[in-house]
Design a protein around this ligand. Structure first.
Ligand SMILES: [Zn+2]
Length: 706
């Protein structure tokens, strides 16, 4: 039973999924009907049509419900094999189609696929409920959990027992029917409020755009940016220029706008976007949402919502997450204070006659950055030709560390002509995985970069991993080289770190395989792999001029690497403020009265020593989409937690000889191959020989030991 990826879930009656049982007749002409006969069970993209997905998803859900009911209704006493292993084997048709469907809707979508996605999202949510709230099934899971000490299970099976039990409990499976009904009502109101929040915030952000008819207000913007601002105004049938809001507190144009009044106005538009006392004000929504979430946690048996959320995360408790966040505050705020001094000096040198405010920060920081590093992209990019970075950088590092080799395959069908496929071989030449990469920007592709599986690894199911990386790099004109910047290079190493986590997976059960790990662990292997991009032996191997093959001049390379530590006091402090707000909100007990969000926020930041006048939170509570509606509630800290792990792990490599096969193999055996098969805190500290430390993170951010 693999975790299904479900978006925008609205709980429907479980009867929906059951009703589809009758429509389970999927014919062999559907390419998802049986496992693919291509190498590694690669999806037969040459045969898949848009119209194949919906019938296969529907049939997949129906078939899994039949399988799950057979498990739940089994007259034999519950055993690990007839219940949990059987659950792991269920839903193979659904996984087969959904993994491919997620890939194409993310990377190569169209109207037909979007329609299927909208149609299936609530059905998939209901399907999941139908499994987790099946009382007979839960009784069997619980019986096995209660006897687990006497079952003589191997470590991974025992982990599966604990994992499955935890997921059922978390979903409310152990509640009485009356409490399940209460939970359902809470879940419904919660999802309504989340949707309200999204709707209000969208409208608020749109209305919050800054507009002007005075060209003098926009000094500092380039011709191209002014043209874009004029076009944005025209798009709304307005005169002049318009700067739309981005989701963070700071706005990109604040780096460039030389008119201080404009900066202040744009900043205030951003800061107050959702607090104008009109129909788009989100404060009453979040106050109620917080209260409901606390009630939900209490109903399921947890002291607060953060405790409920964190129960299956690496950190396990809000206390552990808070302790970690708190420990970073002194170094971050001290560095931010010293950066503020530098910025004040720049203001004073220009006879500004004012004290630095949040709307001044990026404008003057950019001047300080230019004076210190003066990096010209046009100078750097010729050293980063995409294919060379891939083969002589990303693949090279994986070869040095893990002995992997790669062979491009042109015989495996792809979903779009830009996609490339590589077969990955282990150090002993055995086939390990299939790796697809799809690096160029397209209009029908989601923004950003990501990794996922098309086929998950499982010994139980006899499957090897098929993984893919997607990005949005500029596609060159035909015949031109694809030159990327260092940020893109880092993104390639990042996504390939996820890919390695997927490709090295060597577990029995699909639910515990590869990247199926908690939020506060999953970014660790990817961020760890980023470190090799600037590691001298790797960097010198790929950073070569695409025309001459010359290495990057040492001075330029040094500047590039040093620029990474610029402004880190500010950047870390604004994220810490957001992480603290998230944890503080979600630590409120069920009995707490309705909060005033502004008062709560001010007090929470003061209490946690993060009330710096010049560093506002990266998100204000009233527009903090991650925690109110994007699945990161009580989880925003995870970005920093995984950073602690990756820096700490890289420090271990540096202390033990760096880029060596011995180090790589040890890391692969003890961490990368193991998915979620062991308590992650123990897995990590067994590998390290100690508890993780925040010191390397402070060092790599440039907050210590300069
Ligand atoms: Zn990632």
């Amino acid at each position: 039973m693999q975790t299904l990826i479900v978006v925008g879930a609205v709980a429907l009656a479980t009867g929906t999924a059951r009703a589809q049982k009758s429509g389970a007749g999927l014919g062999p002409d559907n390419p998802f009907y049986a496992a693919s006969t291509l190498p590694f069970h690669a999806p037969p993209f040459d045969r898949i049509k848009d119209s194949d997905y919906q019938p296969a998803i529907d049939a997949g859900m129906a078939r899994q419900i039949v399988e799950v009911e057979a498990i739940a209704d089994n007259p034999a006493a519950p055993t690990f094999e007839n219940t949990l292993a059987a659950l792991e084997k269920s839903g193979q048709l659904l996984s087969r189609v959904l993994q491919v469907f997620n890939c194409v809707t993310g990377a190569n979508t169209n109207d037909a696929l979007q329609k299927v996605q909208d149609y299936e999202a609530p059905r998939l949510a209901a399907h999941q409920d139908a499994i987790y709230l099946n009382a007979k099934l839960y009784a069997r899971v619980k019986a096995i959990y209660d006897q687990r000490a006497s079952l003589h299970l191997d470590a991974e099976s025992l982990r599966l027992v604990e994992y499955d039990y935890q997921q059922f409990v978390k979903a409310g499976a152990n509640l009485s029917d009356a409490d399940k009904a209460k939970l359902k009502k809470i879940n419904e109101e919660e999802s309504t409020l989340e949707n309200d929040f999204i709707t209000k915030l969208l409208a608020a952000s749109k209305a919050g755009a800054y507009s002007t008819t005075d060209p003098a207000a926009l000094g500092g913007l380039s011709e191209a940016q002014l043209a874009a601002a004029a076009q944005a105004a025209q798009g709304r049938k307005q005169q002049g220029w318009l700067i739309p809001l981005q989701n963070t507190t700071q706005q990109p144009d604040l780096t460039l706008l030389s008119n201080r009044e404009t900066r202040r106005a744009l900043f205030e538009h951003s800061w107050n976007r959702a607090e104008r006392g009109d129909g788009n004000d989100t404060r009453s929504t979040i106050a109620r949402l917080v209260q409901l979430r606390a009630q939900k946690a209490a109903l399921i048996g947890f002291p607060n919502y953060a405790a409920w959320t964190l129960t299956d995360q690496m950190a396990k408790t809000p206390e552990a997450a808070l302790h970690f966040v708190d420990a970073l505050v002194p170094a971050a705020t001290a560095k931010a204070a010293s950066e503020a001094k530098g910025i004040q000096e720049a203001i004073d040198a220009q006879h500004g006659g004012f004290t630095v405010e949040p709307w001044d920060w990026n404008f003057y920081a950019e001047q300080v950055r230019k004076a210190k590093f003066n990096l010209d992209e046009a100078q750097v990019k010729p050293y980063f030709e995409l294919n060379n970075v891939l083969q002589n950088g990303v693949f090279y590092a994986a070869h040095q560390l893990y002995g992997l080799t790669f062979k491009e395959r042109h015989d495996i069908p792809v979903y779009q002509a830009d996609v490339r496929v590589f077969e990955v071989f282990d150090a002993d030449s055995k086939p390990l995985a299939l790796f697809y990469c799809d690096y160029f920007k397209r209009d029908n592709k989601n923004g950003g970069a990501w990794m996922d599986n098309m086929v998950g690894q499982s010994k139980l199911l006899g499957t090897l991993p098929v993984v893919y990386n997607v990005a949005n790099f500029e596609k060159p004109a035909p015949g031109q080289p694809a030159l990327i910047d260092f940020e893109d290079v880092t993104a390639m190493f990042h996504e390939f770190g996820h890919a390695l986590h997927g490709m090295f997976a060597a577990t029995e059960y699909p639910s515990l395989s590869g990247t199926q790990t908690p939020r506060d662990f999953v970014e660790f292997p990817s961020q760890f792999n980023e470190h090799w991009a600037s590691y001298p032996e790797v960097f010198d191997h790929f950073a070569r001029n695409y025309k001459t093959g010359e290495p990057m001049p040492a001075e330029l390379a040094a500047k590039l690497k040093k620029a990474a530590t610029f402004n880190q006091g500010y950047l870390l402090t604004e994220i810490l403020a957001a992480a603290e707000l998230d944890l503080q909100w979600h630590s409120l007990p069920a009995g707490a009265p309705l909060q005033n969000p502004d008062t709560f926020e001010t007090e929470a930041l003061a209490r946690t020593h993060l009330a710096l006048s010049y560093v506002p939170s990266r998100y204000r509570s009233s527009y903090f989409l991650h925690i109110w509606a994007n699945g990161y509630s009580a989880g925003y800290y995870a970005y920093l937690w995984t950073e602690m792990l990756d820096d700490d792990a890289f420090q271990w490599f540096e202390d033990h000889g760096g880029l060596t096969r011995a180090n790589g193999d040890r890391f692969r055996t003890m961490v990368l191959s193991r998915g979620n098969t062991e308590d992650l805190e123990r897995m990590y500290s067994t590998w390290l020989g100690a508890e993780p430390s925040i010191e390397p993170m402070l060092k790599f951010r440039g907050l210590k030991g300069e």
